[in-house]
Design a protein around this ligand. Structure first.
Ligand SMILES: Nc1ncnc2c1ncn2[C@@H]1O[C@H](COP(=O)(O)OP(=O)(O)O)[C@@H](O)[C@H]1O
Ligand SMILES: [Mg+2]
Length: 270
């Protein structure tokens, strides 16, 4: 069994359509998976189910071999952390330090241990010089980095980033992406996004549409399915558009295949 396993999982908020409509998914320990999908496709619902904020209606969810239910939820919550979209909705403390410490206080960590962890994880996100600052004074990217430090301090095995960069300016996006890059060797990461260029750096991409998984593969495999991406109301990479243009062109190019291959390589140029 994989580290995270969902078997035929259904969820709906009201009597209307299922927000999750029969999800089957396995994620291995250490993978960096991106979940891509347009607004309303069910990405956040999936994230909320995994962290136990809402409960599935049908199906089975296993994390680290343990089935998620009322009895195991407290244990499983320690294995999964989440960073949300809006940097302003994540703060509870008066200072950055209080904020990073918040979860630790609930765990009855000793004062010395807490100081050590605060120093360790604020440095990990390059926020060690901001410990006494009020989180409200920080930029969006800085706020998200503090939120990440708070999650890391709890030492979860999995971290879900639910569109954690979508409200940030380009500088903030870059800062947060660097932090994710920096921790991905140590954690299992699920990045939820509708940004294609963010997704192409993952090991694996899962595309959701109307509560279902419609594609699951490496970035290369997924981006080749331009029809499914378009049906899922997602944009396609500029290089893919060019590939289609070259393919369908009446241009008299001798080396059409070479041009296509070059564009593929360009698509993965990091
Ligand atoms: N709290 C809620 N109450 C009722 N419907 C909801 C709620 N949250 C989300 N939905 C609906 O569930 C579907 C999936 O939403 P969501 O998981 O938030 O999508 P995404 O994160 O991909 O944008 C959408 O149709 C959305 O309108
Ligand atoms: Mg969402």
């Amino acid at each position: 069994m994989s580290f995270i396993e969902l078997q035929d999982v259904y969820f709906r908020y009201t009597k209307d359509d299922y927000a999750l409509n029969g999800i089957n998914l396995s994620i291995n320990r250490g993978e960096h998976v991106c979940i891509l999908g347009h607004n309303g496709s069910g990405k956040s619902t999936l994230a909320k189910i995994l962290v136990g904020l809402i409960e599935k209606k049908k199906g089975h969810i296993y994390i680290d071999g343990i089935e998620l239910d009322e009895k195991t939820i407290d244990n499983i919550r320690q294995k999964i952390g989440i960073v949300f979209q809006n940097p302003d909705n994540q703060f509870v403390g008066v200072t950055v330090e209080d904020d990073i410490a918040f979860g630790l206080e609930n765990r009855k960590v000793s004062r010395d241990e807490m100081i050590k962890l605060i120093n360790q994880f604020s440095s990990k996100v390059s926020m060690q010089d901001f410990l006494n600052r009020n989180p409200e004074e920080l930029s969006g990217g800085e706020k998200q980095r503090v939120a990440i430090a708070g999650v890391l301090a709890m030492n979860p095995e999995v971290i879900i980033f639910d569109e954690a960069t979508s409200m940030l300016d380009p500088k903030g996006v870059k800062e947060v992406m660097e932090v994710i890059e920096n921790i991905k060797k140590e954690k299992t990461i699920i990045s939820i996004t509708h940004n294609l260029s963010e997704a192409k750096h993952c090991d694996r991409i899962i595309v959701m549409n109307q509560g279902k998984i419609v594609l699951d593969g490496t970035p290369e495999e997924v981006f080749k399915n331009t029809n499914v991406l378009i049906e899922s109301r997602l944009d396609i990479l500029d290089s893919m558009k060019l590939i289609d243009k070259v393919k369908n062109s009446t241009l008299n190019i001798n080396k059409k295949q070479e041009v296509e291959d070059a564009l593929w390589q360009y698509a993965y140029h990091k």
